[in-house]
Write a protein that binds this ligand. Structure first.
Ligand code: 5GP
Ligand code: MG
Length: 192
C-alpha cells in the first residue's frame, strides 16, 4: 500500500493534534464550561469516509451524545469527480428539537452536506451545524457552510484516514495523494 502513495499531505500526528483542537472548539460550543448540561448532541456521521475521523473525534468530546449513521455516495468506484450525492439510507434518528452536528470527511462540491442537511432540516432540529475534517477550496456554494473545519487542502483527490479510492486505502493513517497513474478516471483518465 505504501508504494502506491505519491506523497503525504497531512501526517497522522498532525491529524491527531487538529482533531484535539476541533474537539475543544466543539466542546466550547455545545458544552461551555460552567454551564449546566443542555441536553444532548446528536451527531449524524456520513459514512463511509468519516468513520475514522468520527471514532477519533467523539472520544475527545465530553458531552452526552447520540450517534446516527447515514450512508451517502457521490464517488462510486474509480471516479474522482463527484457524480452527485445519493443518500442510501434514510436517517431514522429523532432529531426534533435537538442540536445536530453533521460530521463528514471532506467538503468538496457541497452536494453531500446539502442533501443530508436538507433531509435533517425537515425534522425541525433545534440547530444544525457541520464539521468536516477537510475542505477543498472554492467549489462549495455559500448555502452549505462548514462550521468546523480541520484542514483546508488544495484540490487533490486524497485518500487515507477513512477516505478511499475505489474502496481502498481507508486504513492509511495519514492523508495522502496516490501516484497519478493509479487514478484511472477523471480528467485524462480512461474510465471517466
Ligand atoms: P461533495 O458532495 O462535497 O462534493 O463531496 C463530499 C464527499 O465526496 C465526501 O464525503 C467524500 O466522500 C467524497 N470526496 C470528495 N473529495 C474527495 C477526495 O479527495 N477523496 C476521497 N476519497 N473522497 C472525496
Ligand atoms: Mg463521504
Amino acid at each position: 500500500m505504501q508504494q502506491d502513495i505519491d506523497r503525504i499531505l497531512i501526517t497522522s500526528r498532525q491529524i491527531a493534534d487538529r482533531v484535539g483542537e476541533l474537539a475543544a472548539e466543539l466542546a466550547g460550543k455545545y458544552a461551555p464550561a460552567g454551564e449546566e448540561q443542555s441536553g444532548e448532541l446528536t451527531i449524524v456521521a456520513i459514512l463511509s469516509g468519516s468513520l475514522i475521523f468520527l471514532a477519533d473525534l467523539i472520544r475527545r468530546l465530553p458531552m452526552r451524545m447520540r450517534i446516527a449513521l447515514v450512508t451517502v455516495s457521490s464517488y462510486p468506484g474509480t471516479s474522482t469527480e463527484s457524480r452527485g450525492a445519493r443518500l442510501f439510507e434514510q436517517i431514522t434518528a429523532d432529531v426534533a428539537g435537538r442540536d445536530v452536528l453533521i460530521v463528514d470527511d471532506i467538503l468538496d462540491t457541497g452536494g453531500t452536506l446539502r442533501a443530508v442537511r436538507a433531509e435533517l432540516a425537515r425534522r425541525q432540529p433545534r440547530s444544525i451545524r457541520t464539521c468536516v475534517l477537510l475542505r477543498k477550496p472554492g467549489k462549495a456554494p455559500p448555502d452549505v457552510p462548514a462550521d468546523f473545519v480541520g484542514f483546508d487542502i488544495d484540490n487533490y483527490f486524497v485518500v487515507g484516514y477513512g477516505l478511499d479510492y475505489d474502496g481502498l486505502y481507508r486504513n492509511l493513517p495519514d492523508i495522502a495523494v496516490l501516484r497519478p497513474e493509479l487514478y484511472t478516471s477523471g480528467p485524462g483518465g480512461d474510465r471517466a
